[in-house]
Design a protein around this ligand. Structure first.
Ligand SMILES: [Fe+2]
Length: 319
């Protein structure tokens, strides 16, 4: 049965109720960068630190900051740096922090992702688990990271998780599910009592608005901070939420006094590609699954990601 196969399953301990977000804010901030899917790219990490530093913004890493960093020094470096900031665990951190649960990479891949790709993800996770086993103290710190967070910016309530409003590795807030089953996502959003839900995990970005009893709510998925998200581009994306717009933003929406934006994470592409090739040579599982995307982006366009405007004030620029 598909749901019990490694890489396809969503373990019970990954789940929570959307009602967990109906709580007082865990943190209040003036401006926020939410960074999901760094995937162990140290150059993207430098770039987001720089973005946040320049405007004194709070950084929240919402999981999967590990993936390609199977080199021990890089594993240690990425985790030591990220854990100085607010962080949630993704499926990758959950799986490497715990013993092998049989969930493989914990991605809970849906049917549109092929078996070969799922198996390669499980293999990458095995390599990363091997590296992580030499760092028990870091694994302990990853294990106790929360799965969800509520932030507040000027009265706007922001729910942050890795997957969706009910699972660490949920796909309901993927661009695919938001296209096919928006009513399901809308119901999850209503149950969570928040204005903006920021997530990642499903690898492609999307920003979509929903009518709620309180007005307008927004789901913003940043795709990946550590890999390109659009065709023929070389930058990652982070979600920025602040009182004033950023000149860097690629697209965004306004909810009252607050802007929610997709901001490019412009890392050193050549250095990252060279590092990736050294650690994951041709024929390796990561090279087969990700090199093409890292080199030239996925077959996805900005106009596919921007699904706002009917309700929220919106803008987008050419990538
Ligand atoms: Fe993930």
């Amino acid at each position: 049965m598909a749901r019990t196969r490694p890489g396809r399953s969503c373990p019970r301990h990954y789940r929570y109720s959307p009602a967990v977000f109906s709580r007082a804010a865990d943190l209040k901030a003036q401006s926020l960068y939410i960074v999901g899917g760094l995937y162990g790219n140290p150059f993207a990490l430098e770039a987001v630190l720089d973005l946040a530093r320049r405007e004194n913004a709070t950084l929240v890493f919402n999981g999967d900051f590990n993936w390609f960093n199977v080199d021990p020094a890089e594993f240690e470096g990425v985790n030591e740096t990220v854990l100085r900031h607010v962080a949630l665990r993704g499926n990758v951190e959950t799986e490497i922090a715990g013993e092998d649960s049989g969930a493989g990479c914990g991605c809970a891949y849906p049917e549109w992702v092929g078996d070969a790709e799922v198996e390669r993800s499980n293999e990458i996770l095995r390599r990363l688990r091997e590296t992580a086993s030499a760092y028990p103290e870091l694994r302990d710190r990853l294990a106790v990271l929360p799965m969800h967070l509520v932030a507040e910016i000027a009265g706007l309530r922001v729910g942050i998780a890795h997957g969706d409003a009910e699972s660490l590795a949920g796909w309901q807030f993927s661009q695919e599910a938001l296209c096919k089953r928006p009513e399901r996502a809308g119901a999850l959003l209503a149950g969570a009592a928040i204005d903006v839900f920021a997530c990642t995990h499903t690898c492609l970005p999307v920003m979509q608005d929903f009518a709620t009893s309180g007005g307008t709510a927004l789901i913003v998925n940043n795709g990946a901070a550590g890999m390109p998200n659009f065709r023929d581009t070389h930058f990652g994306l982070a979600t920025r939420i602040a009182g004033a717009p950023s000149a860097q933003a690629l697209y965004g929406a306004r909810l009252g006094a607050i802007v929610v934006e997709a901001v490019p994470v412009r890392y050193d592409h050549d250095a990252w590609l060279a590092r990736f090739d050294r650690v994951w040579p041709a024929g390796s599982p990561a090279a087969l699954s990700y090199r093409k995307r890292i080199a030239s982006g996925p077959g996805y366009e900005v106009k596919q990601a921007v699904r706002t405007g009917a309700r929220a004030g919106t803008f987008s620029r050419a990538a």
